[in-house]
Ligand binder design. Structure first.
Ligand code: DC
Length: 226
């Protein structure tokens, strides 16, 4: 099989990874893989079974009961299928965000998802976003980009997103949750969020989505042309 192209996009919560990765994948005709959604699905499943995300024994006991499927609709939107059920809408709450961050620290969870993510990248050209794509999942990715922005800007963007969905958001609360997730995601023992030496860093605090996409296309174009 010919070697596939992979664009790895890592960065903290709310840096704009999914919006940008989805757009890029669409424009390039690649498959978009939102790996955070897979961790969210695990968190949602454990939550349904009443397993605390910090309960190592509980997570180990229930994980074998979980089958995760990923499907794409005609618009290229990624759907998460949990034991045959579409949970795409259910995993997008603040509560599941926090639980996903905690659940992602478990070795058994990361191992299960690692194979799944690598399998997709073996089969398709991908734009994959997450926390450990460039460092662990696809260390030989064709292009690695680290997207970041100040915690305040990320919290503001999250509040706007929630408002657009008609959900109330308190800025201070959202900021606190983002800072807590940043801490958890960068301090866990296995595959913590970090920028690899071969990543290109893009601070999007002062950039619009269009500017970020243009900058990323330049970075990708230079790598692919090289
Ligand atoms: O990208 P997101 O906010 O949907 O991710 C939810 C949580 O999942 C995040 O706080 C940490 C975890 N995660 C991870 O550990 N590794 C990834 N590649 C993607 C997400």
């Amino acid at each position: 099989m010919e070697k596939k192209i992979s664009i790895a996009i890592d960065g903290p919560a709310g840096a704009g990874k999914s919006t940008i990765a989805r757009r890029l994948a669409q424009e390039m005709g690649y498959r978009y893989v939102d790996t955070g959604a897979i961790y969210r699905t695990v968190a949602y499943f454990m939550d349904l079974w009443g397993v605390s995300p910090k309960d190592v024994d509980g997570v180990n006991r229930y994980i074998d009961e979980l089958t995760i499927g990923i499907e794409y609709d005609e618009d290229g939107v990624q759907h998460m299928i949990m034991n045959g059920m579409d949970v795409t809408g259910d995993i997008r709450t603040q509560e599941i965000s926090q639980k996903a961050s905690l659940i992602s620290a478990h070795a058994v969870v990361r191992e299960m998802l690692l194979d799944m993510q690598r399998d997709i990248a073996r089969q398709y050209d991908v734009v994959m976003d997450g926390r450990d794509i460039g460092s662990v999942v696809l260390p030989k990715a064709t292009v690695k980009i680290f997207l970041t922005a100040s915690a305040e800007v990320r919290a503001r963007r999250r509040c706007n997103e929630l408002a657009a969905k008609g959900q109330k958001a308190n800025f201070d609360q959202v900021l606190k949750e983002i800072q807590q997730r940043d801490y958890q995601d960068t301090h866990r023992e296995i595959a913590p969020l970090k920028m690899t030496r071969d990543s290109v860093k893009l601070d999007t605090s002062e950039m619009s989505i269009e500017e970020v996409i243009a900058a990323m296309k330049t970075i990708i174009g230079e790598k692919l042309g090289a």
